[in-house]
Design a protein around this ligand. Structure first.
Ligand code: CA
Length: 223
């Protein structure tokens, strides 16, 4: 899962970034509101963490702008202590949750998981395909009785496919979702990772979980 954190206080941004990475998120940091809005409009994030006081456009303005464009990405606001008015305004503008400073990064991680689950309609934190079971909270992956260890990027790639069964993802879409840069058509990065996933998942049967759609990309079959 990929998250944008817009926070101009370097110490807080660094703490939050490290905690989210440790929890398995891919994190983009921005210390400027205009840059954050531009990133949120071009990259497909699973959630945004927006500080309200930012150089350039403030967090509430980013929120208002994205919602006006119909962008429903889950958003958690960071507000100043006692900032009742901005909390109320944020919720009215369509924020999913807020945390007042100072906060514990553990709570931020838990709340982010919660708003992402809520938005995807998944209240259990589990994704399934056939005998494959993925727990988004503990990050445990099992196929039948066998536990499978995945790297952060392999996990993100797999859950991206599993969240939209039946949908075909192009290599460029997967690349943008899982890696930090836009797809270079000259690389076979996505194919290499799909092969690794298939190897780890022992996905070589007649009806594999991860299907290749020739000339387009990959998908997990709809149940
Ligand atoms: Ca700030």
């Amino acid at each position: 899962m990929r998250v944008l954190v817009a926070e101009d206080e370097a110490r807080i941004a660094s703490l939050v970034g490290k905690a989210l990475e440790a929890a398995g998120f891919l994190v983009d940091l921005s210390g400027n509101g205009d840059e954050a809005l531009s990133l949120a409009g071009t990259v497909s994030y699973d959630a945004l963490v927006l500080d309200i006081m930012l150089p350039g456009r403030d967090g509430l303005s980013i929120l208002r702008h994205l919602r006006a464009l119909g962008n429903a990405v889950p958003i958690l606001l960071l507000t100043a202590r006692g900032g009742l008015n901005e909390r109320v305004e944020g919720l009215n503008l369509g924020a999913d949750d807020y945390l007042s400073k100072p906060f514990y990064v553990e709570e931020l991680v838990a709340r982010l998981h919660a708003i992402i689950r809520r938005r995807s309609g998944d209240t259990t934190g589990l994704l399934r395909a056939g005998d494959l079971l993925v727990n988004l909270i503990t990050r445990e992956v099992r196929r039948g009785e066998v536990r499978i260890e995945l790297t952060a990027r392999e996990f993100t790639l797999l859950t991206c496919l599993l969240r939209a069964p039946g949908r075909v993802f192009t290599r460029a879409q997967l690349c943008e979702h899982v890696w930090e840069y836009h797809h270079d058509p000259g690389t076979n990065l996505v194919d290499v990772y799909i092969q690794r996933l298939r190897r780890k998942l022992q996905d070589h049967g007649e009806t594999p979980l991860i299907e290749t759609v020739r000339g387009v990309g990959y998908r997990v079959a709809a149940p």
